[in-house]
Design a protein around this ligand. Structure first.
Ligand SMILES: [Zn+2]
Length: 381
């Protein structure tokens, strides 16, 4: 393993110009370790004890906050405003995420090539890993490495396959160097690409691996497997947790999660997007908005489809009852969704201190201090 690691290191000699590091030491969200140190960083031990909540969808939230450009969706914010990435991680932990996942989504060689920043590949990956590790260690959350869809995978193209292998190998290498507690390989449309990601991780690391597919409108992977079949293959190849993330909202992801749960023995992951997808438009990319000539809503017109907190809570309860223990919300998730998910599982994260309490509302309150002149006006409010 050491030799392989050195080989990966040799590929990453680019000098780091920017060294964004998380600096704040006064995290308001730090919390004491709930369990012994040994299980604290052990994903599988935590899953044995109950649910693990993982906030994902960072690029969408950073776009919404004005720090990332929709389209390429590359998190250049890692250099431009590392403090914003750190705060986002802290916000999700405050809201109940058990995991701080490195923002290496779309920080791979292919995406940086598309935006003309391939030279920044190494420092940008290291920045993402450094920020996430700092937050994870301060907050007692799991520190996850992240691999994702390369967008060049083509089973018929040998040179593309070679490049995919390079992309996975080098990103795994930097994450291993950073000391991740486990790996996530996510938003994968091809079973073949998912297997390559898993193999790359297994070549360099023994930590647990979560692999999640993102299903488009078709209920088949790009290489023609049902999600249940694809997950069975990943389980057989050594994945510790398999399932789905992104693309589909709770309503159109749950039926597939049910099939996966019945098909595999290992833990199952479910991280939908918080959008009201429907059987006729089952993916968030396929949603059209009747307000605007049925224009495609993805990616910056999705607001009218956002799930309420109650809908995310319903998803959390239903998925957990099905036996799905690795839970989260992907692109479009805000901290309020993560808090609703956490509370649906009986948790009380720090952000729950501010969960809604309408008893003292100026019109709808039931508290005796609320004046009658206000409550009498309730139906006209
Ligand atoms: Zn997503």
């Amino acid at each position: 393993m050491a030799a392989k690691k050195a080989k990966v290191k040799a590929k990453s000699k680019a000098k780091s110009k920017a060294k964004p590091q998380a600096t704040s030491r006064s995290a308001s969200t730090s919390r004491p370790a709930a369990r012994g140190q040994s299980s604290e960083r052990d994903l599988l031990a935590r899953l044995k004890n109950g649910a693990v909540i993982c906030a994902e969808g960072y690029v969408f939230e950073l776009e919404r906050r004005g720090y990332l450009q929709a389209g390429a969706f590359v998190p250049e914010v890692l250099f431009d405003h590392p403090e914003v990435v750190e705060q986002l991680h802290l916000d999700f932990v405050h809201a109940g995420s058990d995991v701080t996942q490195a923002l290496t989504y779309y920080v791979h060689r292919e995406k940086l090539r598309v935006i003309g920043r391939e030279k920044d590949l190494v420092p940008m990956n290291r920045a993402a890993l450094g920020i996430a590790k700092s937050v994870a260690r301060r907050t007692g959350t799991l520190f996850a490495g992240d691999l994702c869809n390369t967008n060049i995978y083509d089973p018929a193209d040998k040179s593309a396959i070679k490049e995919v292998a390079r992309i996975f190998d080098e990103q795994v290498g930097w994450a291993v160097e950073a000391g991740v507690d486990y790996f996530v390989a996510e938003t994968l449309g091809w079973a073949g690409e998912a297997l390559m990601a898993l193999e790359a991780i297994r070549r360099h690391s023994k930590v647990p691996v979560v692999v999640t597919f993102a299903m488009h409108q078709e209920e088949l992977t790009r290489d023609g497997l049902t999600p249940a079949e694809a997950c069975q293959r990943l389980e057989a190849a050594g994945a510790d947790v398999v399932g789905l993330n992104c693309h589909r909202g709770p309503a159109t992801m749950l039926p597939l999660l049910r099939q996966i749960r019945a098909a595999v023995k290992c833990h199952v992951a479910g991280l939908p997007v918080p959008y009201r997808t429907v059987p006729t438009q089952p993916s968030f990319m396929s949603l059209t908005d009747p307000c605007c000539g049925d224009r495609r809503a993805f990616p910056v017109g999705l607001d009218p489809f956002v799930c309420t907190r109650a809908e995310i809570a319903d998803f959390g309860r239903e998925a957990f009852a099905l036996g799905i223990r690795y839970l989260g919300v992907c692109c479009g998730a805000g901290p309020h969704h993560i808090r609703a998910l956490a509370e649906s599982l009986g948790r009380h994260p720090p952000a729950s201190r501010y969960s809604a309490d309408m008893s003292k509302h100026a019109f709808f309150g039931t508290d005796k201090q609320i004046r009658k002149i206000q409550t009498d006006y309730r139906d006209k409010a």
